[in-house]
Design a protein around this ligand. Structure first.
Ligand code: MSP
Length: 646
């Protein structure tokens, strides 16, 4: 039985980050789970390399598009290798086999009467490679907010309008075609509004796959990109895909355009599209401009890929948005992996080594524990089938908790001292713990492949964990007499501060390396930009601080402002030709006459603005707590007028 699944093929105008890793890790997890169920699984990933966005990124890097895409595509492949993700086919859209596939899809649609020539004149979003039909010149793109560009061109159009009912029938006949439910409802609502025909070729771009017999036209990137799912397995009898795993922002392309193209070409449709949510950084959207994009490799280096896999699968409800933070990552690692699973493994194996010379005793195990492990494992398997990873992991951890409790209650260390009369009970406790550990480890293999394989070897199995099937998850498969392997810590406890510092440091060098690959100038330090102090304010650099011109000034005069019980109007000498006119909200705390002759601190390079019709050419610095009256900043020693605060 085959199972063919795909990740999106990633754009090469950016280097891989944790968001791309999230989808690919989830795909790898599903692959391993399906393999455990007995499927022959093939997983495709790849890179989306055509279009204006890429053409411009290459030009900015001083490279030809092909040179540029070669570099970044290799970076994605390298990333998946480092993270140990089992990508079976890596499809590049610049590969020769792919162009032929796209042209074939086009011909089929054309022959079936679903393609015609037309023209478009209007706004275009280069970032999303999208015509914005109702926009005027200068309008932002409704998808990403970036400015649109005016274009006018001749195109080939795809008769998407002819597929409205066919698509609605498809969604109705296959309710699981789009998952989760929220995404399905969005798509249904969109399609019900009616579909406009879609331009599938461009004459304004050169970097693309040529439309057959048409010199000037290249294919629209999405017509090109979606077809990569088929090119990757051409001639292999794997199409249609069983699952396209994607992020929620590209549902429309996958759930509307793609099945319509395939129907038009008389080709089989993918069975399911699952859209997961967005990974945020500390609840904020990750973006280049915010400088808060996180890379996966520093986490891999410091805590191991399984720590990242566990965090993503456990912390984020698959299908919904979730937040990443280094604190939460290390917290989960220590509490769930080092203390939870790691502790159960090391204490169980250590006791068998100590009390039974490293040989698993022959026994049936405690029946109550056996039953509860069976019941929970069955639920975990159902969750995995529905891609409910977080719930599945919760289930496994409830088994770990129950077995821990059982061990404490049975106190095998006391039984060991009881000699022969207690030997049988001790055997039962040791077998129960080891068998539960075996089932937990095998169940976790899709989520934590590397660590589970280590525990597996420590349990003494010679057969690889990859060969384990769901049928092996039954209680009692562990044979007495099995000799344990060498023990060793699988999840050494992480020092929170040191490991976060290390990850942030590696993140900096990873960003610099990726920027160089992309031919871009270094950005402001992303970690500093994302970090906040204990009081919650963003961390700034010394250069940021240097931009604020703070000066010592002498108040020459001060007066109340008509109609305002808060504002005073001051003239402050900071050593310039004329004193500055400054409005200050300190009337509640100071009488005007008390200020004259007093030295104050002002922000001298604040853009001037008018308050109550009077121009304020700076701001007085005062301290206050929420609700308190302000207290002016001042000096104990005398400071000359105009002195700068540094
Ligand atoms: N090239 C298109 C996809 C074509 S598929 C035929 C594309 N590429 S992309 O590089 O922008 O990758 C988008 C995908 O990366 C998302 O759908 C998602 O799978 C993943 N993610 C990128 N950033 C992400 C987050 N911050 N959070 C979660 N996933 C994100 O769109």
């Amino acid at each position: 039985m085959k199972y063919y699944l795909t990740t999106p093929i990633y754009y090469v105008n950016a280097a891989p980050h944790i968001g791309h890793a999230y989808t690919t890790i989830a795909a790898d997890t599903i692959k391993r789970w399906k393999r455990m169920q007995g499927y022959d699984v093939v997983l495709t990933s790849g890179t989306d390399e055509h279009g204006q966005k890429i053409e411009r990124a290459a030009a900015a890097a001083g490279k030809t598009p092909q040179q540029f895409t070669d570099i970044i595509s290799a970076e994605f492949q390298r990333q998946w290798e480092i993270l140990g993700l089992g990508i079976d086919r890596f499809q590049r859209t610049t590969a020769a086999n792919h162009a032929a596939q796209v042209q074939d899809l086009f011909r089929r649609c054309l022959d079936n009467g679903y393609i015609y020539k037309g023209s478009y004149s209007g706004q275009y979003c280069v970032f999303d490679e999208l015509y914005v039909n109702d926009a005027k010149a200068g309008d932002p793109c409704p998808e990403c907010g970036r400015p649109t560009e005016t274009v006018s061109e001749e195109n080939y159009y795809f008769k998407l309008s002819a597929f409205q009912q066919k698509l609605l029938d498809l969604y109705e006949k296959h309710p699981d075609f789009i998952c989760p439910e929220t995404r399905r409802n969005e798509v249904l609502a969109f399609v019900k509004q009616g579909l406009s025909d879609l331009s599938i070729s461009r004459t304004t771009i050169k970097w693309g796959i040529p439309v057959p017999n048409e010199d000037k036209h290249v294919f629209y990137v999405w017509f090109d990109a979606l077809t990569a799912y088929m090119s990757a397995v051409a001639g292999e009898n794997l199409w249609p895909a069983d699952l396209h795993l994607i992020g929620k922002e590209i549902v429309r392309f996958h759930a509307i355009y793609w099945p319509a193209f395939l129907m038009a070409a008389d080709l089989p449709l993918p069975k399911q599209i699952f859209a997961h949510g967005w990974l945020l950084f500390e609840n904020d959207k990750m973006s280049k401009s915010r400088g808060n994009i996180v890379r996966a490799t520093p986490i891999h280096t410091v805590l191991g890929t399984d720590a990242l896999r566990y965090f993503l699968m456990r912390e984020v409800v698959f299908g919904q948005d979730g937040s990443f933070s280094y604190d939460a990552l290390v917290g989960r690692y220590n509490s769930d992996l080092a203390n939870g699973l790691g502790n159960l493994a090391s204490r169980t194996l250590a006791m068998i080594h100590q009390y039974r010379n490293g040989v698993i005793p022959a026994c049936d195990g405690n029946q109550q524990i056996a039953q509860s492990v069976q019941e929970i494992t069955a639920i975990v398997m159902e969750c995995l089938d529905r891609f409910e990873f977080s719930k599945a992991l919760e289930g496994v951890w409830s088994v770990i908790g129950a077995v821990d409790k059982y061990i404490v209650e049975q106190a095998p260390w006391k039984l060991a001292k009881g000699g022969d009369p207690e030997a049988k009970r001790l055997d039962e406790v040791l077998y129960t713990a080891a068998e539960a550990l075996r089932i937990v480890t095998a169940t976790l293999a899709p989520m934590l492949p590397e660590s589970a394989a280590k525990i597996w070897a420590q349990l003494g199995f010679a057969t690889p964990l990859d060969a384990v099937k769901t049928a092996d998850l039954h209680w009692g498969h562990l044979q007495g007499g099995q000799k344990l392997g060498l023990a060793g810590a699988v999840f050494p406890r992480a020092d929170v501060k040191a490991s976060i510092e290390k990850m942030m440091e590696l993140e900096k060098s990873e960003v610099a390396r990726q920027m160089e690959l992309l031919g871009q100038k270094p950005q402001p330090d992303p970690v500093a930009a994302a970090a906040v102090t204990a009081s919650g304010s963003p961390v700034i650099t010394i250069d940021d601080f240097g931009k604020v011109d703070l000066r010592v000034g002498l108040v020459k005069d001060a007066a109340a402002v008509k109609g305002s019980d808060k504002l005073l109007h001051l003239h402050v000498d900071i050593g310039e030709a004329e004193p500055r006119s400054i409005m200050a909200g300190i009337a509640g705390a100071y009488k005007p006459e008390a200020l004259v002759g007093r030295k104050v601190v002002i922000v001298a390079n604040l853009a001037p603005r008018k308050l109550r019709g009077i121009e304020s050419q700076g701001m007085i610095v005062a301290a206050s707590r929420e609700g308190d009256v302000p207290v002016l900043a001042s000096f104990l020693e005398d400071v000359p007028v105009g002195a700068r605060l540094k």
